[in-house]
Design a protein around this ligand. Structure first.
Ligand SMILES: *[C@@H]1O[C@H](CO)[C@@H](O)[C@H](O)[C@H]1NC(C)=O
Ligand SMILES: *[C@@H]1O[C@H](CO)[C@@H](O)[C@H](O)[C@H]1NC(C)=O
Ligand SMILES: *[C@@H]1O[C@H](CO)[C@@H](O)[C@H](O)[C@H]1NC(C)=O
Ligand SMILES: *[C@@H]1O[C@H](CO)[C@@H](O)[C@H](O)[C@H]1NC(C)=O
Ligand SMILES: *[C@@H]1O[C@H](CO)[C@@H](O)[C@H](O)[C@H]1NC(C)=O
Ligand SMILES: *[C@@H]1O[C@H](CO)[C@@H](O)[C@H](O)[C@H]1NC(C)=O
Ligand SMILES: *[C@@H]1O[C@H](CO)[C@@H](O)[C@H](O)[C@H]1NC(C)=O
Ligand SMILES: *[C@@H]1O[C@H](CO)[C@@H](O)[C@H](O)[C@H]1NC(C)=O
Length: 870
């Protein structure tokens, strides 16, 4: 209390002191008031209304965050009269311009202005427009948004500067007329769409990010970044309009393969598709929103900057080209570029090629590249060609997409059967890409699993075509040596050799007996982790019994071929029917390890998992014995025209729920936390009551993939079901299973196979097609006609929505399986799915003439009808 009075005293004292103001203080107060006024005046709005204009030092400031500011600026201190209207970051000490309107024509007068006409056209004028009826001639037009031809709506227009950095002209009722994001300068900001063709009505225009001419001159410079006009979905930087300078590489479903920089894609670029915008486009979303930008520098470098919080200055996050190999076609055709430590390029001809001009090549002029030598077999006569996989390589330019092919074998033979095909690539997300006979712009990548299969004549392939005389020499040499050694041994040891042989035979039978001991019909009992409370035992069967049960693995008993080996139907002596899975031999695991795995897997017990009854491990054979499912697998019903009808919506929904519960058990509730990695319709078995049971779980474990491992070299899985990150980079998690579940869900609803999905020319996969239908409010058309009578459309649409969430490109955006189950059983609101990557569109028109290629790269007025033609 006392203290407070004391404070009050101090206050009173100071106020009494101000009772007699000194002239100085008065001056100060006046100054303060003036500053205040100026501040209020400078506190301009974010809006320019119809008929208003802006000039001098007045600016627009975006609201509510005041991130950007728009107004006139003179970038070159030596030429203060050269003024431009543009947008820059507000409150960052180093002036950073993100957009310039009249970049092509700077103001010459001292007082340029920008105005919004009554027809909604934004104009930059070289002077201030005279008011009303003034007789003075209008000042020259420096730039216009060219939107005046459009009919004026009810109410007025306004131009608003947003916190994203976009300057928008819209009508009062909110209809967007024009947006500076549609006509960028040199900067990519968060929220921008990078499209081939600029959005907006009016004349067609390419979207290009064109560099400034120099650091102080915003007029269009020599370099421009844009998307490939022929629709490959790649980004390029061109120099002087038609010389390709840099290439991003193909979009593989997760990233651009030439930019293997992961943080970029975590939020970064997301592809979408819109025919009206010229096909594939990318939306850029920065994690740290506005304070991150990409820019094409006057020297052609594509650079990403982010504001450093501490110093409020720009920090380079990433830039390309960053070494000589990143310049387009640094090594010419058919050569691979390897970047050395100092960023210099080292070029090597691909195997089967030699420098076109040896002298120049040796002198370090690589521009002419390499040519084939020897020629392909198919070019001379019909002798065989083959493929050499080349790992970690930026795939060359000018790929075309073979749309009719759905698997690796088909892709390979498509390339083999076309003599002008020089290489191919097949992945789960890109499908089959092929190249012509000239491979341009390949460089070695540090990361990624990008393998190119290069076509070569048989003589150039490793491991084939040894001359017969050489083989004969080697073989006879070995035989002679062995004979000589035996002779010497026999000479030295005489009779002892007989004993030795006898001994070794004995030891081998001993080890056989030893391993047979494993097979004496024994059981291993578990009493934990059992769902139904009963304990379960795993039987170990002798091989003879398995052979007898399956008629010695006869073809007539074969039920199918799984990813890990064939499955046979067997009848045990007691009459019990079982399914016998004979694993292929190269699991790369020791016996003991394998047995432990089996025991672990056998402990996974759930109503929706196929029960493992026992196993047989003998010599090379590794066999798993499962309960037999009389109704076989889901695909046998779903895709069989005769049986499809048996699955009404009720049954299908039960199956969906069952699979989800089985998966939940694998992912979460079981002690092992198993990622299935090959979930698909043929791995869902149906029991007599049509209850689904997941089979083949734990296989990935047995085949050497550690469940806790995040990355694997061996990608098991099936095309169409594999998530992008797994197919491309071998990264798997429970979310990869969720992706497969989403695909499965779509298959169950549509009654169509994911793999055979070529519904719309633009969509590679079922996920893309479903998203499009959903987005266009036509999802109901996806529903299998056979279930329409029996289904609740609302429920099916909800399932489609859930499936779309499961097949999101980014693993983080997919729900986990527990959330999926909640979604299936509730009526909660669901988030909107982002569009999945529809496909990587290759060039369909492959031109072998280089002049055509150059044309397709030229910038300027490109005939857009060509693009619509597909
Ligand atoms: C322009 O005209 C408006 C009204 O039409 C008026 O309020 C304003 O003062 C005029 N400005 C100048 C610079 O003449
Ligand atoms: C507006 O149209 C003129 C003439 O057609 C053209 O020169 C100018 O580049 C266009 N401006 C914009 C921003 O498109
Ligand atoms: C690029 O365009 C310019 C001018 O249009 C032309 O002179 C030049 O030959 C072109 N270059 C190529 C490689 O086509
Ligand atoms: C966002 O910015 C903060 C601070 O500058 C930084 O620590 C963080 O890594 C950034 N996030 C991303 C994804 O770049
Ligand atoms: C272009 O400029 C940037 C920034 O000044 C620099 O980092 C880059 O190396 C330059 N690139 C070339 C090709 O000179
Ligand atoms: C490299 O060779 C090409 C033609 O073979 C020639 O036009 C070019 O000038 C050469 N470049 C250099 C740097 O010598
Ligand atoms: C095909 O051409 C190769 C190389 O010229 C030759 O060695 C081979 O014998 C020919 N094969 C046939 C079937 O003509
Ligand atoms: C063969 O390859 C060329 C170029 O590589 C391509 O243009 C052509 O369409 C292919 N032919 C067939 C039948 O696929």
């Amino acid at each position: 209390m006392v203290r407070r009075e004391g404070e009050g005293g101090v206050f009173r004292f100071s106020s009494t002191a101000s009772m007699a103001p000194s002239p100085r203080l008065l001056l100060f107060l006046l100054l303060l008031a003036w500053l205040c006024c100026v501040f209020v005046a400078a506190q301009t709005t974010d809006t320019l209304r119809q008929g208003e204009s802006l000039s001098g030092a007045a600016t627009l400031v975006s609201s509510p965050e005041a991130v950007f500011e728009a107004g006139f600026f003179a970038p070159d201190p030596k030429q203060p009269s050269r003024q431009y209207f543009g947008v820059w970051y507000h409150g960052i000490s180093r002036r950073t311009y993100v957009w310039v309107a009249n970049r092509a024509s700077a103001a010459a007068s001292a007082a340029p202005s920008v105005t919004l006409t009554n027809t909604g056209e934004l104009r930059v004028l070289d002077g201030t427009a005279a008011n009303g009826t003034a007789a003075a001639p209008p000042p020259p037009l420096l730039w216009s948004s060219n939107t005046s031809s459009l009919a004026a709506p009810q109410g007025g227009y306004k131009a608003v500067l947003r916190d994203t950095g976009s300057l928008e002209v819209c009508s009062d009722d909110g209809v967007l007329l024009w947006d500076s994001f549609w006509h960028p300068t040199d900067t990519i900001l968060s929220g921008m769409r990078i499209t081939l063709q600029a959005p907006g009505r009016g004349p067609k225009e390419r979207m290009l990010f064109t560099s400034w001419a120099s650091d102080t001159d915003p007029s269009p410079g020599r370099y421009a970044l844009g998307l490939d006009p022929s629709g490959s979905g790649q980004a390029y930087i061109w120099k002087d309009g038609n010389v390709t300078y840099w290439r991003s590489g193909q979009w593989n479903g997760v990233n651009f393969i030439g930019i293997p920089w992961r943080p970029l894609y975590m939020s970064g670029f997301a592809p979408s598709h819109d025919q009206a915008l010229g096909g594939t486009y990318y939306t850029y979303t920065a994690t740290n929103t506005s304070l991150q930008r990409f820019i094409v520098l006057p020297n052609g470098t594509d650079i990403c900057y982010m504001v450093k919080k501490s110093s409020q200055d720009w920090e380079t996050v990433w830039l390309q080209p960053s070494n000589e190999c990143e310049y387009y076609a640094a090594c010419g055709p058919n050569a691979k570029c390897t970047a050395l430590q100092d960023g210099k390029a080292k070029c090597t001809c691909l195997k089967g090629f030699q420098p076109k001009l040896q002298d120049q090549w040796n002198a370090g002029n690589w521009s002419q590249g390499c040519i084939r030598n020897p020629p392909l077999g198919c070019q001379i006569n019909q002798t065989g060609d083959g493929f050499l996989p080349i790992g970690n390589i930026k795939w060359p330019d000018f790929s075309y997409w073979v749309s009719t092919v759905g698997d690796e074998t088909g892709c390979k033979s498509a390339c083999l059967n076309n003599c002008s095909c020089g290489a191919y690539v097949y992945t789960g997300t890109t499908g089959c890409l092929a190249w012509g006979d000239e491979l341009i712009d390949m460089s070695e990548l540090q990361t990624g699993t990008y393998t190119l299969n290069l076509k070569l004549p048989a003589s150039e392939l490793p491991g084939t075509h040894y001359p017969i005389w050489r083989i004969a020499t080697i073989v006879s040499g070995v035989v002679l040596f062995v004979l000589a050694a035996c002779l010497v041994l026999w000479w030295k040891r005489g009779r002892n050799i007989k004993d030795a042989i006898h001994r070794s035979w004995r030891s081998s039978t001993w080890s056989q007996q030893n391993s047979a001991m494993l097979d004496i019909s024994q059981s291993i009992c578990f009493d934990d982790e059992v769902e139904d409370g009963k304990s379960h035992e795993l039987k170990v069967y002798p091989l003879d019994r398995i052979r007898a049960a399956t008629n010695n693995f006869s073809d007539s008993n074969k039920l199918g071929e799984g990813g890990f080996g064939p499955v046979y139907m067997g009848t045990l002596p007691g009459g019990e029917e079982v399914a016998v899975k004979r694993l292929c031999r190269n699991s790369g695991q020791g016996l003991e390890e394998f047995k432990n795995e089996v025991i672990l897997i056998a402990k996974l017990q759930h109503r929706n998992l196929v029960r493992l009854l026992g196993c047989c491990i003998q010599r090379d054979e590794k066999i798993l014995v499962y309960e037999y499912m009389p109704n076989k697998s889901l695909d046998a019903f779903l895709f069989n025209p005769e049986k499809q009808g048996l699955l009404d919506w009720r049954k299908r929904f039960d199956i969906i729920e069952g699979i989800a519960r089985g998966l939940l058990y694998l992912h979460r509730d079981s002690r092992l936390r198993v990622v299935h990695r090959d979930l698909k319709a043929s791995n869902i078995l149906l029991d007599a009551d049509m209850h689904p049971k997941i089979s083949d779980f734990g296989m990935a474990r047995m085949f050497g993939g550690d469940q806790n491992q995040f990355n694997t070299n061996r990608v098991v899985g099936t095309f169409g079901y594999m998530s992008p990150e797994y197919a491309m980079e071998g990264i798997f998690s429970v979310k990869s299973d969720v992706y497969s579940f989403g695909v499965l869900l779509l298959e169950i609803i549509t009654g169509k196979r994911a793999v055979s999905f070529h519904y719309h020319q633009d969509s590679l996969n079922i996920a893309g097609y479903a998203w499009r239908q959903w987005n266009e409010d036509k999802a109901a058309e996806l529903i299998d006609p056979l279930i329409r009578p029996s289904c609740s459309v609302r429920q099916v649409l909800r399932c489609i929505h859930i499936a779309l969430l499961c097949v999101q490109d980014h693993a983080d955006e997919r729900p986990d399986i527990y959330a999926v189950i909640l979604m299936l059983s509730s009526d909660s609101n669901l988030p909107n799915p982002r569009p999945p990557t529809l496909m990587l569109r290759g060039r369909e028109i492959e031109s072998s003439k280089s002049s055509d290629k150059d044309q397709s790269h030229s910038i300027g007025t490109v005939s857009m009808t060509q693009l619509h033609g597909r």
